[in-house]
Design a protein. Sequence first.
Length: 245
Amino acid sequence: MTIRLRAVWRLLRCLAHILRGLGLVLFHFDGLDAAGRHARVGQWSAEMLRVIGIAMQVEGHVQPGGVLLAANHVSWLDITALHAVVPRARFVSKADIQSWPLLSRLADAADTLYLQRERKRDALRVVHLVAQALSEGQAVAVFPEGTTSDGRALLPFHANLFQAAIVTSTPVQPIALRFSDAHQPISSAVEFIGDTTLVESLWRVACAEGLVAHITLLPARPSVQIERRALAQTLRDDIAARLAR
């Protein structure tokens, strides 16, 4: 099977899996409790990675109870990869996702919190929502770089959302993400930067060989009596050190 034929087959299976996910959300989610929904989210996410040709390598364990997860951001695939490992996580994502066909409905079902980055005051609203979720013992995931990078170097971390962990005395767990393939330790196939469209990115991922999502859950950091910028820098250093190995 040629690379192009295999890519088309993967994308067709990917579309079918998205439609199955929509069916699950529309017709079954209302009858499930939180644990049941989380289980379905984890299963669906792991299967999505498999059908598009991505294996997973996971190290570490998620902090139990309320926890703020802070990960570096490489691709739209990051959320699916993290949901496969931490299906109870609620993500803070840019509001643009709400305009993505089909995928926006799945994001809504996973209780995504949307941030309108062009509105400066919206960050304060989201901080309050994240703080409430953390105080209820939930796991909330953020990408403090604020946008995707090429996976080779970390961008500066924005500190605003860490205030939610500080005011609720919730631990923050850094997560290091990296994608490799059969030819590169840091795959260019998953890059989602610049003017790259979702369709272009999907095609590159589907064409790639031997893609592996490496997910490392590092030890959680306490947020008590620490300034948010200092906390952001500590977490960035933790992730950078892991990615440098």
